[in-house]
Ligand binder design. Structure first.
Ligand code: ADP
Ligand code: MG
Length: 279
């Protein structure tokens, strides 16, 4: 290498740091050596460097999106046994997992059923698939999010907090029916639903049908207004099957998870969340 070339090479790491190109910074010396030895055209060398940077950038972005999503690890669609829930079509879920237009249009996804039937697993599986496709997802227990929004309201920064949630293409609210309005006033949840209406998607899991959501929102009018917005453009999955957990525990030879024999109460006896709406 000439003195001039050596001086130029010495500046490279600084420039690559400045430009935030860590992969090229790590690889350029080796690739330059190979390129010089094998007499690559300049285009090929440049293309190889940029391709490495893009690939690693995408990997880092995906890992960050996965961590940000707070999705439960391991709850993927590949691990979901569709045979256990006859009312749910695998083809339909796979279409939802490919985004299939509903995310772009801000449509919603609601999963109803008693405890243990796989509502959380299914919603999380769709969430993971969407992250794989480059969408931003946030999975949270509904009561945790309500607390966070209430704290924001107390500090007069609810709009800022809602704006922060806006960067997520899908907000997955787990166990909505566990929120109780006596926890504090939960109109923040309504505000979130109204804010995202027809813009950004929400997925919800709930044990209780709509008729029981009066327990969640401050009054009946707000419950109706929330349900109205949620179902206007929504896929509703009714999962009224036997608890997968209980079934797995009862199956001989299966790993025991400590749930065996646990009595689980079913959701309020209604099989159709819509028809339960006025009940
Ligand atoms: P829910 O949210 O309806 O209470 P979960 O999604 O938490 O139920 O499911 C309970 C447990 O059973 C989890 O460990 C979940 O992974 C597993 N599970 C439930 N349904 C299925 C299924 N169809 N295939 C595979 N695992 C399932
Ligand atoms: Mg659940």
């Amino acid at each position: 290498m000439s003195t001039l070339a050596a001086a130029e090479a010495a500046r490279l790491p600084i420039m690559l740091t400045e430009l935030r190109l860590p992969t090229i910074k790590r690889l350029w010396a080796d690739l330059a050596g190979q390129s010089n030895r094998e007499g690559w055209p300049a285009e090929r060398f440049l293309e190889a460097l940029l391709a490495h940077e893009i690939t690693e950038r995408e990997t880092r972005r995906m890992a960050r999106a996965r961590a940000d999503s707070q999705l439960p690890p391991g709850k993927s669609l590949a691990e979901f046994d569709f045979a256990a829930v006859a009312s749910v079509s695998k083809a339909h879920i796979m279409a939802l997992a490919e985004a299939d237009g509903w995310i772009a249009q801000g449509h919603n996804l609601l999963a109803f059923g008693p405890p243990g039937v796989g509502k959380t697993h299914l919603i999380a599986g769709i969430g993971h698939a969407l992250v794989d496709r480059g969408y931003k997802v946030l999975f949270t227990r509904t009561s945790d999010l309500v607390q966070r929004l209430q704290a924001a309201r107390r500090d007069l920064r609810l709009p800022a907090e809602l704006a922060k949630l806006d960067r997520f293409d899908l907000l997955a609210l787990d166990d909505l029916s566990y929120v109780r309005r006596d926890q504090a006033e939960t109109s923040v949840l309504f505000e979130l639903i109204a804010e995202r209406y027809e813009r950004k998607s929400i997925a919800i899991t709930a044990n209780a049908p709509f008729s029981a959501w009066d327990e969640v929102f401050p009054d009946k009018a707000m419950t109706l207004a929330a349900v109205d917005r949620l179902v206007h453009h929504a896929t509703i999955l009714e999962m009224n099957v036997e608890s997968y957990r209980r079934k797995a525990a009862a199956r001989p030879g299966r790993a025991q998870d400590g749930q065996q024999g646990t009595k689980r109460k079913s959701a309020r006896g209604e099989s159709n969340p819509i028809s339960g709406q006025n009940g």
